[in-house]
Design a protein around this ligand. Structure first.
Ligand SMILES: *[C@@H]1O[C@H](CO)[C@@H](O)[C@H](O)[C@H]1NC(C)=O
Ligand SMILES: *[C@@H]1O[C@H](CO)[C@@H](O)[C@H](O)[C@H]1NC(C)=O
Ligand SMILES: *[C@@H]1O[C@H](CO)[C@@H](O)[C@H](O)[C@H]1NC(C)=O
Length: 345
């Protein structure tokens, strides 16, 4: 009895060790493989890593098919020694169409004279690089979930930065309040929105609540009017940076994080892992993100972009996007609709 149980224990221990080794070695690297068994093992490891559960065998098989085709694409791109890498992240079991319809939600609004301030170039020295994260001006990476609320995270990220710069307090603000309470200004909740709506709501409401007071549910619901009156940050206006001018954007980022819209529909962005994204892209703006800095690496200029797909996506939740493209619209249209909030008291 004793012998058996100790053998069993050792055997179990060995299995646990093998599992740990598998998880560690399979975690981020991408190996080309034609072998179905290897692919299946990799899929199971990935499922565990991302806590995926499917309702039935059919769904399991369908997702496995999509996963395999994404992995082939990842291997193909990574084999090209480009300035960026892809990985089988949490979106690796989604078709690109599913990804686009679930996680993108920016809808441009006609740029109007509603803006409170027009852009004026500041008269200050612009540093050659900037990273607002190092100055404690950026909150932790958020996860919008399966809700097209990127625009709320983008604009509030800019408000969080400005609030910290002006008041010394770094407070996570509430995109949920925007989803629930912004009933005046063309609110489509999880379906779509734009950053200007967020600034205007924040101004009309006399400010915005903190994430702690009004936590994120990833779902539009009833406005909690009591919590919405607890104000954590205020703004007095906002500025739309003139389109197609990355030097004006750089001047703005030198003084605070700014909200931008991009076209994030390509599979490279769905599965992005690290490096400077220099790949192909459209410019049909459909996703709101936040620029928190800029720099240059081996002669390639980039923007540091904070996303809202959790810290498991990309480079700990961030992506570096090529800056200074010959197309004045910028990489993925990044310079077409940039904006930032203003606080004058
Ligand atoms: C990959 O690219 C880098 C620089 O872009 C270069 O130094 C390196 O030799 C390349 N490696 C291969 C295997 O092509
Ligand atoms: C959103 O809210 C509705 C109703 O309150 C609920 O049925 C649904 O499951 C929620 N969805 C998510 C993603 O939480
Ligand atoms: C871009 O903006 C800057 C101000 O930062 C301005 O001096 C410059 O003329 C603008 N460029 C174009 C092409 O409009």
């Amino acid at each position: 009895m004793k012998i058996t149980s100790s053998v069993t224990r050792n055997y179990m221990l060995a299995i646990v060790l093998v599992c740990i080794l598998c998880i560690c070695s399979d975690a981020r690297q991408v190996k080309p493989t034609e072998d179905a068994a290897v692919m299946k093992k990799r899929y199971k490891t990935w499922m565990k890593q991302h806590k995926k559960n499917y309702n039935n065998k059919d769904e399991w098989n369908m997702r496995f098919g999509i996963y395999q085709s994404n992995v082939r694409f990842i291997d193909f791109v990574n084999a090209q020694n480009l300035s960026y890498k892809l990985t089988d992240n949490q979106f690796a079991d989604l078709t690109n169409f599913e990804f686009q319809t679930t996680y993108l939600g920016y809808k441009s609004r006609k740029r109007s004279s509603n803006q409170q301030h027009s852009y004026k170039a500041g008269n200050y020295a612009i540093p050659s690089s900037r990273d607002w994260r190092k100055k404690g001006v950026v909150t932790k990476v958020k996860n919008q979930g399966a809700c097209g609320s990127c625009w709320a995270f983008s604009a509030l990220g800019a408000v969080e930065g400005l609030n910290k710069i002006k008041t010394g307090k770094l407070v996570s603000l509430s995109p949920q309040e925007i989803l629930d309470c912004n009933l005046v200004i063309g609110n489509q909740g999880c379906r779509s929105g734009c950053m200007e709506n967020v600034y205007e709501f924040t101004m009309l409401n006399g400010g915005i609540s903190s994430e702690d007071d009004y936590p994120y549910k990833g779902n539009q619901s009833m406005c909690n009017l009591i919590t919405a009156r607890k104000i954590a940050a205020r703004i007095t206006g906002y500025v739309q940076i003139p389109a197609k001018n990355e030097s004006a954007m750089r001047a703005a980022v030198a003084s605070q994080p700014i909200a931008v819209a991009i076209d994030a529909s390509v599979p490279e962005l769905q599965l992005y892992s690290s490096g400077i994204y220099t790949g192909s892209c459209g410019k049909k703006l459909n996703h709101g993100v936040l620029i928190v800095g800029y720099g240059t690496e081996k002669g390639v200029k980039y923007w540091i972009v904070k996303n809202s797909w959790g810290s498991g996506w990309g480079d700990k939740g961030y992506i570096k996007m090529r800056r200074g493209t010959s197309d004045k619209s910028g990489k993925c249209g990044i310079s077409m609709e940039a904006s930032y909030p203003v606080k004058n008291f």
